[in-house]
Design a protein around this ligand. Structure first.
Ligand SMILES: Cc1cc2nc3c(=O)[nH]c(=O)nc-3n(C[C@H](O)[C@H](O)[C@H](O)COP(=O)(O)O)c2cc1C
Length: 208
């Protein structure tokens, strides 16, 4: 499917069928999410894939009445690291050095620069920065899903604390930021008939 056709085909699905996505499809969506760019390549986030009907049911009370959390095939939980500190940044660049076959410490100067920039932010600013990064990954996930004709609904309407408790995220050093239900649109989904509404192109894109 061509890219603009896919982006017009997709919409935020409100009601899913009971079709289950294959492991292969999920693996491809996970990989597309993993390949997302992030500032300095730091990837201050992780992805949790919920397939278990029992866990989806446990999440439902914290989903603000959004039953698609239960009814989708897979629920992707995009989480951010709760700790972004010098150690995290150093570990990232040590990983880059190993992956690129560089000597240990080859990136020490750049690592210091990144620490200076990042660690001048407050804890709140760092968490907001991490959320910004994970939303880029969400965008990649949505576009990839559309290209593969997998239906999706991104969601910020859920109680983060309830989700974090059910999923044991604090113990993993993570907290939920945004979620995405994936599966197949139900024939009865009323949203499928709604016209896509966006700013008119001339209001949206300004050329100077
Ligand atoms: C970050 C984010 C959070 C969203 N949260 C919800 C949500 O909680 N529930 C929902 O039904 N739709 C949610 N949406 C879907 C939007 O309402 C939808 O994308 C928007 O109205 C544009 O419509 P379309 O995606 O169908 O083209 C969210 C979208 C984004 C990007």
């Amino acid at each position: 499917m061509a890219i603009l056709e896919a982006l017009n085909w997709r919409y935020a699905v409100r009601e899913f069928s009971d079709k289950q996505l294959s492991d292969e499809t999920i693996a491809e969506l996970v990989e597309a999410t993993r390949l997302s760019p992030s500032a300095y390549g730091l990837q201050p986030y992780k992805l949790l894939v919920v397939k278990s009907p029992e866990i989806k049911n446990e999440l439902l009370p914290y989903a603000m009445g959004q039953t698609k959390v239960r009814d989708c095939s897979h629920l992707f939980i995009l989480t951010v690291n709760t700790t972004i500190d010098a150690d995290f940044i150093e570990q990232h660049f040590a990983h880059v050095e190993r992956e690129r076959g560089l000597e240990a410490g080859a990136l020490a100067g750049f690592t210091q620069h990144v620490k200076d920039v990042m660690l001048s932010m407050s804890a709140e600013q760092l968490q907001q920065w991490a959320e910004n990064q994970v939303h880029i990954a969400l965008g990649n996930l949505l576009t990839t899903a559309a290209l593969k004709q997998v239906d999706a609904c991104p969601m910020a309407g859920f109680e983060n604390q309830g989700f974090d408790e059910v999923l044991g995220l604090a113990e993993l050093g993570l907290r939920s930021a945004v979620i995405c239900a994936l599966g197949e649109r139900a024939d009865t989904d009323v949203s499928s008939a709604e016209r896509k509404v966006r700013l008119p192109i001339n209001d949206f894109s300004l050329e100077i």
